[in-house]
Write a protein that binds this ligand. Sequence first.
Ligand SMILES: [Zn+2]
Length: 144
Amino acid sequence: METHYQILGVPADAPFSLIKQRFQQLIIEHHPDKRGSSLPSTKNEDYAHRILQAWTILRDDDKRKLYDTQLEVAAHKEKVTINADVDLDDMEYEEQECVYSLMCRCSGYYVISENDLELGNDVICCDNCSLRIRVLYDVVEDDD
Ligand SMILES: [Zn+2]
């Protein structure tokens, strides 16, 4: 998914004057009514629409700020990566506490309780570093 900045081909910290300049260039280049365009007009229409959308957001200071925040949140979400998939059978089961644990390579621990698993949580954060693992397990369903 391209950002509004990518659509206009400007850096995310571009000054308003540059954004305006790029918008004006692009909207002329990709205007659907333009003759002799290299793209089929439907494609141009679509692109022109996205250019306009980007411009509507980025020309407005408040809207741009809000959009920047959304981008940031999205970027953070993408940073949450799973470092490994681990079979539940490979984890240590602590009967007394009803938790599964596994030592991380930083010598911290991944710990997940049976309750978490039952609730469908399968991603565990190391208690010492920022690594995460996903636990693979078969859901055992009781036959009534
Ligand atoms: Zn760790």
